[in-house]
Write a protein that binds this ligand. Structure first.
Ligand code: NAP
Length: 440
């Protein structure tokens, strides 16, 4: 009997799971289901549009599909086009690789004002995610504040200050490129509630600020000597030392024409978003560290700004019937196991941390678990899925269809743009309909 596995989600964790299962079970049948027509999840919609080399990991995912044993079902929403219970009936194992695409609330007054956005929405918008095509954020403001000291905060701050020339080599959504170019933005503040030594961003991402056409980084207050390395273990200490050195080196950078300043401000915790209907500022409390605890010093300050972006981490979606760990923002699981025949991998399993390659280990662990757990197999798999989708007239997108979308996007890229993304599902499906008409 051949093992049949459905993987829900086509981002890196889904593809690495498929890759590991292929080598562990040479005869298995794997189906990857994806809500959108396009595959690759975070690689397409999370990785920054100016980090094109990172996106080349999809070449490995192509190989997984070309094995012939992995089929792609795009434009299929689990919970809507097919239920989770049906999937579990159809397949020996169901693997949830749904990532962590939701914003976490920051939990301060004024969070619902116009002009405060989460990083999932904002990054989704500039990366052409169809869910955020109608976000239309107003970035024509003089000052924006990005809350958080992770790599996502750095991505957002950097993208906001890119020059037209730098934007030209990206696959950023057209609307976002226009808005960034036209904006009167003068300053982006990157706000950390702890010190520079505790920042989670990595050094190559920080150093990149020194190489921008018009973005010029600096540190508010220039009090880096107060940033203690105390309590850090070896690896974080090395990263912190490098980051401190880089932040110090920013003081030597020369002014540029049409400067957009990126100001790193540490030891400031957001207290309240200010303004009427729209954001006009952010009230922050000055903080200090007591051991690893962040405590307020009693000093507050109002920073004026027209845009606040929260880059404070993500959480997984809640799925009806699947236990959720609200504290950690991920699916409740025991080292990936959720229930018999039901597993989680990637950010859905671990929470939103690590880089793309971290997902490989989850794939390997999953293959071992399936080897232990799958005592009986022989559920109908793909045939049963297709029968259900056909009965419901679901227009699923195959991997071959995706290649047509991919080719059309690449062909539409002008100049140095590697591609121009479709930002509407209807437009993608219309392209596929036209292609089908031409071949019949
Ligand atoms: P992250 O690394 O966990 O950073 C989240 C940041 O938000 C931290 O600085 C955290 O501060 C801060 N924060 C959380 N709650 C807050 C609050 N209530 N108020 C103020 N600040 C708050 O998350 P991320 O930046 O979303 O990145 C997710 C993962 O993707 C990371 O593993 C990251 O390295 C990876 N990533 C990598 C790249 C790259 O390699 N180029 C690019 C993007 C993302 P505390 O530390 O004080 O909690």
């Amino acid at each position: 009997m051949r093992l049949s596995v459905a993987i829900v989600g086509s981002g890196p964790s889904g593809f690495y799971a498929a890759e590991s299962l292929l080598s562990a079970f040479p005869d298995c049948e794997i189906d990857i289901l994806e809500r959108l027509p396009t595959p690759f999840g975070l690689v397409r919609f999370g990785v920054a549009p100016d980090h094109q080399s990172v996106k080349r990991v999809t070449e490995g995912y192509e190989k997984t599909v070309s094995s012939g044993r992995v089929h792609y079902y795009g434009n299929v929403e689990v919970g809507c086009d097919v239920t989770m219970a049906e999937l579990r009936d159809c397949y020996d194992a169901v693997v949830l690789a749904v990532g962590a695409p939701r914003d976490r609330p920051i939990g301060i007054p004024g969070e619902d004002k116009r002009g405060i956005l989460g990083s999932a929405a904002f990054v989704g918008w500039y990366n052409g995610h169809p869910d955020f095509a109608n976000l239309h954020p107003n970035i024509d403001v003089e000052r924006a504040i990005v809350v958080g000291n992770g790599n996502v905060a750095l991505d957002i701050a950097r993208i906001l200050v890119l020059s037209p020339n730098e934007l030209a080599a990206t696959d950023i959504a057209e609307e976002a490129a226009d808005a960034i170019t036209r904006s009167k933005l003068r300053e982006v503040i990157v706000l950390g509630r702890r010190g520079a030594a505790q920042a989670r961003f990595t050094n190559p991402e920080l150093r990149a600020f020194a190489r921008l056409d018009r973005g010029i980084p600096c540190v508010e207050g220039d009090n880096l000597s107060e940033h203690t390395l105390e309590g850090l273990s070896e690896k974080p200490r090395r990263q912190a030392e490098r980051n401190l050195e880089t932040l110090r080196s920013f003081a030597e950078l020369k002014e540029k024409t049409a400067t957009r300043r990126i100001t790193f401000r540490f030891f400031a915790r957001p207290l309240e978003v200010l303004g009427g209907e729209s954001v006009t500022g952010l009230r922050v409390a000055q903080t200090r560290l007591e051991g690893s605890r962040v405590v307020e010093t009693g000093t507050q300050e109002d920073l004026s700004c027209g845009l606040v972006i929260k880059a404070i981490g993500y959480r997984s979606p809640r799925i009806p019937g699947i236990p959720f760990d609200a504290a950690r923002g991920r699916l409740r699981n025991r080292d990936g196991r959720i229930a018999p025949g039901l597993y989680a991998v990637g950010w859905a399993k671990r929470g939103p941390s690590g880089v793309i390659g971290t997902n490989k280990a989850d794939g390997k662990a999953l293959a071992e678990q399936l080897r232990d757990d799958m005592k009986t197999q022989g559920k109908p798999g793909r045939k049963a899925l297709e029968a259900r989708l056909t009965a419901r007239q679901v227009r699923w997108v195959t991997y071959r269809d995706w290649r047509l979308i991919d080719e059309a996007e690449i062909a539409a890229g002008q100049g140095d743009h590697p591609r121009r993304k479709f930002v509407s599902v209807a437009d993608m499906l219309a392209l596929l309909d036209r292609a089908q008409e031409n071949t019949t």
